[in-house]
Design a protein around this ligand. Structure first.
Ligand code: GDD
Ligand code: MN
Length: 394
């Protein structure tokens, strides 16, 4: 080994770091500045809104280096093609095309992770969010130690435009509900329009629930420390092209998000729902058994069998409606699901009785044995039906 040469490389004269020739050339060729702001735009069937939105953003952010990442959940109306057509001419535009996935929150999270800029904005694609707020948001973050700036419909000077009384009422109710999990006092925690410092996002990202629509609420509830926040008012515009994707499933997912933030660290929300349905099932079972014995004068075995079948179908239906609302089975899949549910829960009952009998035989109190058996049975039922009966779409 020649020590002289080695030192040359480790301590270059005058402190100039020697870069391998290939890298230096690549650096010279690279674009001069990377983006200061990543704008994440979730899309689902928004074809006609893409071009006008990009134009408006470019105009509003004149003088800022930015990138826009569209995150599309496999729209079939040509949204992806519309984004790519622009991206071919404008390298600031990118498209993250997800297959077999749905969800506004998860789309925003993955878009943010795909970006590079120190500031991350999230905005809808449908021109309802006022892009002229973007430079003001950016300025507020640059000039302060705020973690996040929220575009607010309910701050002084903001508004929701021509919303129906029903939608305005639902939004107000949901906002009130959010106070259960929110660690900040903010007027519009349901906003879909915000800008956050990347550091602050990264501090929370592994705690995010990522279910449903409300990425902002999720971020506030998941951050390890309270987020320093400012709200900037804007007027929510009416939609011009396409339609809203907020439906009853979105409302349901919202409740799941709140529940996850409240009890998710103790027990998964789905399991809590599954167990609650099981409790209702027990009640149904006893009611049917009582009616059968008392009014139909059935033989006990017959009444018990009927009660078991009714409770089983009832439990399956309730779980299908609520616990697994996002994977709801219909038509033939409903029948097949009912069959696998019955088989799995039948085995669960055997495990339940087995465990309880062993414990009881080992001189445990009757109720300890009974509860232990029920827990083993319901965990089995939950774990297995979640993959067999309501398996996730591929
Ligand atoms: N990638 C992806 N996946 N995008 C989605 C999905 C999805 O599953 N669902 C909706 N989007 C996109 C839409 O294409 C749109 O760009 C944006 O998310 C908002 O969806 P809308 O359907 O227009 O929602 P909204 O107008 O009823 O409600 C919005 O505004 C409220 C007020 O700010 C949402 O941002 C709400 O979260 C927000 O509370
Ligand atoms: Mn919208």
């Amino acid at each position: 080994m020649k020590p002289g040469r080695r030192e040359d490389r480790e301590a270059p004269i005058g402190g100039v770091i020697e870069v391998p020739p290939g890298v230096a050339a690549a650096e010279r060729r690279a674009a001069p500045a990377t983006a200061e702001l990543s704008i994440i735009i979730p899309t689902l069937n928004e074809r006609d809104n893409i071009a006008p939105l990009v134009e408006r953003i470019a105009e509003a952010l004149d003088g800022v280096t930015w990138e826009a990442i569209f995150v599309d959940d496999d729209s079939r109306d040509g949204t992806v093609e519309a984004v790519r057509a622009i991206a071919r001419r404008d390298p600031r535009i990118r498209c993250l095309h997800r297959l077999g996935r749905r969800g506004l929150s998860s789309a925003c999270i993955e878009g943010a992770l795909a970006g590079v800029a120190p500031f991350i904005a999230v905005m809808d694609a449908d021109l309802q969010h006022d892009e002229t707020l973007l430079p003001l948001m950016l300025q507020a973050l640059r000039e302060s130690s705020l973690d996040i700036v929220v575009g607010s419909r309910y701050a002084e000077g903001g508004g929701v435009g021509d919303w129906s009384r029903r939608r305005a009422g639902v939004s107000r109710f949901a906002t009130r509900l959010s106070r259960l999990v929110l660690k900040a006092d903010i007027a519009d925690p349901m906003s879909g329009f915000s800008m956050v410092r990347r550091d602050s996002f990264e501090a929370a990202m592994r705690q995010l629930s990522a279910v449903g629509f409300k990425i902002l609420l999720d971020l506030f509830a998941s951050s390890p420390r309270p987020l320093r926040c400012r709200e900037l008012p804007y007027r929510f515009r009416p939609r011009r092209h396409g339609e809203s994707k907020l439906d009853t499933l979105a409302a349901w997912e919202y409740l799941m998000l709140i529940a996850d933030k409240l009890i998710g660290h103790i027990v998964p929300v789905r399991f809590a729902l599954f167990a609650a349905v099981g409790g209702i099932g027990l009640f149904v079972h006893l009611a049917v058994l009582y009616l059968g014995l008392r009014f139909a004068a059935l033989d006990f075995t017959v009444a018990q069998s009927i009660a078991t079948i009714v409770a089983m179908i009832g439990n399956f239906t309730l779980n299908n409606l609520f616990t697994y609302r996002d994977r709801r089975l219909a038509g033939f899949a409903f029948l097949r699901g009912l069959l696998t549910f019955a088989l799995v829960c039948g085995l669960g009952a055997v495990a339940n009785v087995g465990v309880a009998s062993v414990l009881f035989g080992n001189r445990q109190a009757w109720w300890v044995a009974g509860v232990a058996g029920a827990i083993v049975g319901s965990v089995w039922n939950y774990a297995v039906t979640s993959v067999v009966t309501w398996r996730k779409a591929p």
